[in-house]
Design a protein around this ligand. Structure first.
Ligand SMILES: Nc1ncnc2c1ncn2[C@@H]1O[C@H](COP(=O)(O)OP(=O)(O)OP(=O)(O)O)[C@@H](O)[C@H]1O
Ligand SMILES: [Mg+2]
Length: 164
């Protein structure tokens, strides 16, 4: 069983801090290819966290929500980011037609908002972050692979509560 972390995100500053810590952890392990699933209700803050991660990895400028394009690519100095938003995906088979498997490759961080809409067509998650918006905003971080565990530990051990 891998470690889980819960981080409270009561302000955009806290989300920015999580995003930049995640980016720093990814930078050291980027070449392996990393898959990050982002879950949470509409407005929970998935795109906001994605933006801070992508900017933390060296992107200067805006990060558009890929709601209509399904995927937005970024070519950065040390690697690539593929930022997916599958909310408007009608049929997960569309992912097959677009050759989605090729997007999950070495030197690439794949961030997937609404991964549940593309079940069985995506690479499995190394790390899943569930954003909640109940009384307080929080991120629940769960690793599913050794690689995800490394990233979670490097990112979070100085940020929040270690649940196990
Ligand atoms: N930690 C935070 N504190 C305060 N506001 C936040 C925080 N995180 C996100 N927000 C705000 O919440 C709103 C929705 O955020 P965002 O678009 O990132 O959600 P989302 O999960 O991507 O939604 P969707 O499922 O519609 O794509 C934005 O206005 C954003 O600025
Ligand atoms: Mg979004």
């Amino acid at each position: 069983m891998f470690t889980t972390f819960t981080i409270s995100l009561n302000s955009l500053n806290e989300t920015q801090r999580l995003g930049s810590q995640l980016a720093n952890a990814v930078k050291e392990l980027w070449e392996q290819g990393i898959t990050l699933y982002l879950e949470g209700d509409l407005g929970a803050g998935k795109t906001t966290l994605s933006r801070f991660i992508i900017q933390g990895l060296g992107h200067v400028g805006n990060v558009k929500s890929p709601t209509y394009t399904l995927v937005e690519p970024y070519e950065l100095e040390k690697g690539k980011v593929h930022h997916f938003d599958l909310y408007r995906l009608g049929d997960p088979e569309e992912l097959e037609y677009m050759g989605v498997r090729d997007y999950f490759s070495k030197n690439t961080l794949s961030i997937v908002e609404w991964p549940e809409k593309g079940l069985n067509y995506l690479a499995p998650a190394d790390l899943m972050i569930t954003l909640s918006l109940d009384e307080n905003r929080a991120a629940h971080i769960q690793a599913y692979t050794e690689l995800g565990e490394l990233i979670a530990k490097r990112c979070c051990s100085n940020l929040g509560n270690n649940n196990k």
